[in-house]
Design a protein around this ligand. Structure first.
Ligand code: FAD
Length: 495
C-alpha cells in the first residue's frame, strides 16, 4: 500500500449485510471526511441467510444511533437470549448456551467453582438455575432491564437489515452504484487496486477498497490472491440448505440447534416467520438426504424454495492486503453454529475505522489489523471445534470422525485446564467469555475434577446463603418478566 497516499475515496464492492454494515458505519463515523461509494449487483444478489446474532450487535446499532424499535420493525427481529443445543452431548440431551452471567462475578474464581463445591455440600440445584437470561429464554420471557442487566441479541432477517442500513448510509452520503464488477484493475507500479471496472466499462477508482463480495472474494482473492487457510480438518461441515416456514408457535427468544448424525439443524424464529436450515458434512450426507431430513423436521409448510449452499471453513490469510480490506464472507467463514459471522463483520468494520484515524494508513496498521483479526478467527474457531470434539456421540461415522480428529493446541489446553481445575481464562478480549466456555464445556459433557480452594473458605451457611440468594433473585426477576411475544409486539408497535 502506498503510504503517502491519503485515503479519501473508499469503494465498497458488494451490498450484502457486510457491504451495507460497512457503508453505514463508515458513513456515520467518518463521513463526509471520506468519499464513500458502494457497488452492488441486484442480478447477482446476496447469500440470503444469516439470522441469528450475538449481543455486541446491540452496541453496533447504538454506535450508529439506530432506534431499536425502528430497527426491529424493519428487520422483523425478535430478541435472542442464547442457543438451545439438542443432542450434542448425547442423543436425548439438551443444554443452553446463554448470553447472561451465571451466578456472580468474583475476582478470584468464576461462579462454577462455588457451584461445584456446593454440590459436595448437598446443593444439587442445576447450574442453569443461576442464570437469568437462560431461565427467561426457556420460559419464553423477555424485557429490557435497568442498567442493561438483560444481555441479549437479535434474531433478524439480515437481508432486511442490509436494506435498513442502506437507507441510513445513503442519507449519510454513500453513493450506490448498480452494476456487475467485470474485472478489477491493478496499478502496474504498486500492485494496489486502482479501479473496479463494471460491465459497460465504467471505471470506479478508489484509494482503498473493501471487498464485500461474499464467498467470491473478487478483489481479495480474485485480484490480489491473498490466500486462504482451510480449516475443514477441524470444522468438517461444508454444506447447508436453508428454507423458511411460517411461525406455528409464538416466537421464542432463542435459537435452537439440533445435532443430527452428520451435522446439525437450526431453527430461528423471527416476528413473521421461522428460519430453518440444515448444516452437514457432504462426505457423510448427500444433498437429497439432507433436504429430506430438513423437510422431515420443520414445523409448517415451507414458504421458500430450498437455498442450497456450499462453503469451506477457514480464513483469508490476509484480511487487509495492500489497499484492500475483506469484510464478511470474503474474509472467511466458519459455520453458523454460534452465530458469529455478522459479529465478525461488525468487528472488522469497527476495527478498520479505528485503524484509520487521520485518513492515512501505514503498513504497521495493516499488520496490527491482520493480527487482531486472525486472533478473533482463531478464538472463535476453537470455540466451535469444542462442540464437535467434546461429546459422547459415536453413533455415526461423522461423530466418530470428530472424536478422532486432532484439535488445535490452544483448544486442547483450554479443555484440559477446565477438566482438571474448572478454570477458564479470557485472553486478549476474546469474544466468548468464561460463562460461554463453562456452559458449553459442561453442556458437552466435561465435569471439572476440582474447583478453586477459595470456594471452601465459605462456611456452609455462607455458601448456602450465596447460592440461595442468587437463585432466588433469578427466580424473582424471571417471574416478573412479560412473555417475549407480548413484549416484542408492544415494543415494536410503539412508534
Ligand atoms: P453476500 O450476502 O453474498 O453479499 C455479496 C454481495 O456482493 C452482494 O451484494 C452481491 O451482489 C455482490 N457481488 C458479488 N459479486 C459481484 C460482482 N461481480 N459485481 C457486483 N457485485 C457483486 N451469520 C450470522 O451472523 N448468523 C447466522 O445465523 C448465519 N447463518 C448462516 C448460515 C449459512 C448456511 C451461511 C452460509 C452463512 C450464515 N451466516 C450467518 C453468515 C451471513 O449470511 C453472512 O455473514 C452475511 O450475510 C454477510 O454476507 P456478505 O455480505 O459477506 O455476502
Amino acid at each position: 500500500m502506498n503510504e503517502n497516499k491519503r485515503v479519501q475515496r473508499i469503494v465498497i464492492a458488494g451490498g450484502g449485510t457486510a457491504g451495507w454494515m460497512a457503508a453505514a458505519a463508515i458513513a456515520r463515523t467518518l463521513g463526509p471526511a471520506v468519499d464513500l461509494t458502494l457497488v452492488e449487483s441486484e442480478a447477482i444478489g446476496t447469500i440470503g441467510v444469516g439470522e441469528s446474532t450475538i449481543p455486541p450487535l446491540v452496541n453496533f446499532n447504538r454506535i450508529l444511533r439506530i432506534n431499536e424499535a425502528d430497527f426491529m420493525r424493519a428487520t422483523q427481529a425478535t430478541f435472542k437470549l442464547g442457543i438451545l443445543f439438542d443432542d450434542w452431548k448425547d442423543l436425548g440431551t439438551q443444554y443452553f448456551h446463554s448470553f447472561g452471567l451465571t451466578g456472580k462475578d468474583h475476582w478470584s474464581a468464576g461462579f462454577q467453582h462455588f457451584w461445584l463445591y456446593g454440590r459436595t455440600k448437598g446443593h444439587e440445584q442445576p447450574y442453569d438455575d443461576y442464570c437469568m437470561e437462560l431461565k427467561a429464554a426457556l420460559e419464553g420471557k423477555f424485557a429490557h432491564l435497568p442498567d442493561d442487566r438483560m444481555n441479549y441479541a437479535y434474531q433478524l432477517d439480515s437481508g432486511l437489515y442490509a436494506r435498513f442500513l442502506r437507507g441510513m448510509a445513503e442519507v449519510d452520503g454513500t453513493k450506490r452504484i448498480e452494476g456487475r464488477i467485470a474485472r478489477v484493475e491493478l496499478d502496474g507500479e504498486s500492485g494496489d487496486i486502482a479501479a473496479l471496472v463494471l460491465d459497460g466499462d465504467r471505471r470506479i477508482e478508489g484509494d482503498l477498497f473493501i471487498d464485500c463480495t461474499g464467498f467470491r472474494a473478487l478483489l481479495m482473492e480474485g485480484a490480489l490472491h491473498a490466500g486462504f487457510d482451510d480449516w475443514t480438518h477441524w470444522l468438517p461441515c461444508d454444506s447447508a440448505i436453508a428454507l423458511q416456514t411460517p411461525n406455528v408457535h409464538p416466537p421464542v427468544p432463542y435459537t435452537r440447534v439440533m445435532a443430527h448424525d452428520a451435522g446439525w439443524q437450526w431453527r430461528i424464529p423471527l416476528q413473521h416467520r421461522t428460519g430453518n436450515g440444515i448444516v452437514y458434512c457432504s462426505r457423510y450426507l448427500d444433498k437429497d438426504a439432507a433436504l429430506d431430513r430438513l423437510l422431515g423436521n420443520i414445523e409448517g409448510e415451507p414458504l421458500t424454495e430450498p437455498n442450497v449452499l456450499r462453503f469451506t471453513a477457514g480464513t483469508r490469510r490476509h484480511q487487509w492486503y495492500r489497499n484492500c480490506v475483506a469484510v464478511g464472507l470474503s474474509a472467511g467463514f466458519m459455520e453458523p453454529l454460534e452465530s458469529t459471522a455478522i459479529h465478525l463483520i461488525q468487528r472488522s468494520v469497527l476495527r478498520f475505522i479505528r485503524m484509520l484515524p487521520a485518513g492515512r494508513v501505514s503498513e504497521r496498521d495493516i499488520a496490527e489489523y491482520n493480527e487482531q483479526q486472525m486472533q478473533d478467527m482463531v478464538q472463535i474457531r476453537d470455540f466451535l471445534v469444542l462442540h464437535y470434539k467434546v461429546t459422547n456421540r459415536r453413533d455415526s461415522p461423522f461423530w466418530r470422525h470428530c472424536a478422532a480428529m486432532p484439535i488445535p493446541d490452544t483448544l486442547a489446553q483450554k479443555i484440559e485446564l477446565f477438566r482438571e481445575t474448572g478454570r477458564v481464562f479470557r485472553k486478549n478480549e476474546e469474544l466468548f467469555a468464561e460463562n460461554s466456555w463453562v456452559q458449553v464445556m459442561m453442556g458437552q459433557g466435561i465435569e471439572p475434577q476440582s474447583w478453586h480452594p477459595i470456594a471452601e473458605k465459605l462456611r456452609d451457611d455462607e455458601l448456602a446463603r450465596l447460592l440461595e440468594t442468587i437463585r432466588g433473585e433469578v427466580r424473582q426477576t424471571v417471574d416478573s418478566l412479560p412473555a417475549h411475544q407480548d413484549y416484542v409486539a408492544r415494543y415494536c408497535g410503539a412508534a
